[in-house]
Design a protein around this ligand. Structure first.
Ligand code: WTA
Length: 654
């Protein structure tokens, strides 16, 4: 972030208080109500969470202890028994919500399906029985590699119902990436589709699953359950592969929800970090259910007649927490859309909002910037007056994009909730509450009640007003990451050891940089580690470097992020070649394709720069700072005295 941007943040004077009309009907109606909740939660965290857990969720058995904190390992609602699928479905079908629409789905070719709570419940029960019939037991992991179709939601809830942790793999990830995740999670079964619609083409999902599993490369996987979506030809391996619709038709429509321990694993979701391969972030049952439930209710100010649309993919944490678990636990009507805006259908999002009367819309800054580029005529040609609240997530939102969203999409009257959180936090951590918080374009404002956040230096001391520092969380919260699957050491190192432990107080290190302004507003600046955020998707530079060096021609690779107008950041890779390889346009294309095959299209480098050498310190560390400057065409400034071979700079420039 440049000095000029920082100064403009710190002097931001545009303030957007909630309208009294919005505030009056909101769950949290004023800033003083927020402050009261915040103070109560800070002073009496266990009471605060226990009261909510009792009021907002159904428990088969009460907990014995609210929090067992043995840093850095937390247990919430110890001894309590519940089932997330029960909270998302069964309790609603026992109420007047039975025939309320739970899910409206619009497919990419324009097909539509809707499910009431009772219908969704039945589908989930049937698939839960199918999973059992295929030998999936409580505790077994199930891989889910599906497009944005209702079956993805049904599959997740079916897993939750029988206590089989799911691990979703975004449909844009390659067969290689899928294999890595299935192996690490030791999945027993994979749920996929013959194909998925992506823009105007079909992604051959089943074929990718076949490739991931070939030669018994993932021995734990015994079966593949295949949803028919695109109807293209696929091979079904006898004894391993089954059609979803066939088994579902024969399965019983009733399946009791398993009473899960509050700390039983609900899901594992892989995310990129600074080192090594993506890590499996473990989330458990009770705390996650409660936190996603209450954040959905208060942050999106959810009411019974809302039509709520979160445009994320279910394969990411945003889809888990704010398409599926949070909204359904609240008994909301959710909208799910398979399509993405593109040349051939640039106004499709606005069509969906108009057609279904969407009231709450939650999307990513990268999408907003793309819409800005497409022009305001598209949204202006639709009636978006049903909207009453807008949200963003995934990356810092630049104030111009915020203002555009506010004016053009929100018609100048919808509050915007800029929500900061991560796969690891499970739910929204820093956010306005729309009836209470006066927003500033680009600020994620304040911590959710129960969250104690700060900006500190590397010694853990709070930095001064307006100063940059590390965003940390001080007290455990219900939906926090419980572990890195199979790797508690990595869990400890990654999140709990960057900031020194003082007086036994552990703080959670987010990996993000932030500032607090004179009014105490939090401004998140972006990652401070080697993680790049491309169009709201997290990728580790090391993962991309490993993908590059797995190509026979590549000797060494160093990857950095470069600012991009629409995507936020894009990938620039510096590559040195093996002796018998020569740099060429063709090789550049081949390497880009190689990364796509290894990871997926989201990781395609924007540019590959061939170089004879990489700048390194005397201890052999690649000096990324220099590469970042080179990638944006900046003059190299700052200290280069640790550079081992000073001639390198000249070579890199040339
Ligand atoms: C970034 C997505 C600024 C941040 C829910 C974080 C944000 C990473 C915001 C997590 C925001 C997310 N403002 N930055 N409102 N929301 N981020 O795990 O860098 O895919 O660490 O979770 O996205 O990405 P993840």
């Amino acid at each position: 972030m440049t000095q000029a941007v920082i100064e403009s943040i710190l002097s931001e004077e545009r303030l957007f208080p909630p309208s009294s009309e919005f505030a009056q009907q909101a769950h949290i109606k004023s800033f003083s109500d927020y402050q009261k909740l915040y103070d109560y939660a800070k002073n009496e965290p266990e009471k605060f969470w226990a009261e909510l857990a009792e009021k907002e969720l159904h428990w088969f058995r009460q907990w014995d202890q609210v929090l067992d904190w043995q840093p850095p390992f937390a247990k919430w609602f110890v001894g309590g028994k519940l089932n997330v699928a029960y909270n998302c479905l069964d309790r609603h079908i026992k109420s007047e919500k039975r025939d309320k629409t739970a899910l409206i789905w619009e497919g990419e070719p324009g097909d539509v399906r809707t499910f009431t709570y009772a219908q969704l419940h039945e589908q989930v029960c049937r698939i839960a029985n199918v999973l059992k019939q295929l030998g999936v037991k409580k505790g077994d992991r199930v891989g889910i590699y599906l497009p944005m179709i209702p079956e993805a939601v049904i599959a997740m809830l079916a897993c939750a119902r029988i206590g089989a942790p799911h691990t979703l793999v975004f449909g844009g990830f390659s067969a290689e990436a899928l294999k890595g995740r299935l192996l690490d999670a030791e999945a027993k079964l994979v749920i996929t589709a013959d194909g998925g619609w992506r823009k105007d083409a079909i992604v051959p999902l089943k074929e990718q699953v076949d490739r991931a599993l070939e030669n018994n490369r993932v021995p734990s996987v015994k079966n593949v359950l295949v949803v028919k979506r695109t109807e293209q030809a696929i091979t079904m391996k006898a004894g391993r592969d089954y059609w979803w619709h066939e088994l579902k038709a024969d399965a019983a429509a009733d399946c009791p929800a398993e009473a899960m321990d509050s700390e039983d694993v609900l899901f594992i979701l892989y995310t990129s970090g600074t080192t090594g391969q993506p890590k499996g972030v473990v989330h458990t049952t009770g705390g996650y259910n409660l936190y996603t439930h209450i954040t959905t209710k208060w942050v999106f100010d959810l009411h019974d007649d809302d039509i709520y649309w979160c445009s994320a993919d279910v394969g990411w944490i945003t889809g888990h927490s704010y398409i599926v678990y949070g909204p359904l636990s609240n008994g909301a009507t959710i909208l799910m859309y398979e399509g993405v805006p593109r040349q051939s259908n640039p106004g499709c999002f606005w069509d969906v909002i108009e057609k279904y009367g969407v009231t709450i819309f939650y999307t990513a800054p990268t999408a907003i910037r793309m819409f800005m580029k497409m022009g305001e005529e598209l949204p202006k040609a639709r009636n978006l007056s049903s909207l009453r609240l807008l949200g963003t997530v995934g990356e810092p939102i630049n104030p111009e994009a915020w203002m555009w969203y506010h004016k053009v999409i929100g018609g100048g009257c919808c509050p915007i909730v800029d929500t900061w959180w991560q796969t690891e936090t499970g739910g929204i951590m820093l956010t306005p509450l729309p009836g209470a918080t006066t927003t500033k374009p680009g600020a994620t404002t304040f911590p959710f009640p129960g969250i104690v956040a700060d900006v500190v230096d590397l010694d853990g001391n709070p930095v001064g007003e307006g100063q940059g520092g590390y965003l940390i969380i001080k007290h455990p919260w219900p939906s926090m990451i419980r572990n890195v699957y199979g790797n508690p050491d990595r869990f400890r190192r990654t999140y709990w050891e960057h900031i020194p432990v003082k007086d036994g107080n552990y703080v959670y290190f987010s990996g993000d940089g932030a500032r607090k302004d004179a009014d105490g507003y939090f401004w998140v600046m972006g990652r401070v580690d080697d993680v790049i955020n491309i169009a709201g998707h997290r990728l580790g530079t090391m993962e991309i470097e490993s993908a590059l060096v797995s190509h026979v021609g590549v000797a060494e690779a160093a990857v950095v992020g470069r600012p991009s107008q629409v995507k936020g950041e894009e990938i620039v890779a510096f590559v040195t070649l093996e002796n018998n390889f020569v740099a060429s346009k063709q090789l550049e294309q081949e390497l880009k394709q190689h990364v796509v095959a290894k990871i997926g299209a989201i990781a395609r480098p924007a540019q590959i720069r061939f170089t004879e050498v990489l700048p390194k310190t005397r201890s052999g560390k690649i000096m990324r700072r220099l590469l970042r400057s080179l990638a944006i065409g900046e003059e190299i400034s700052g200290d280069t005295s640790t550079l081992e071979d000073r001639g390198v700079l000249e070579k890199l420039r040339g």
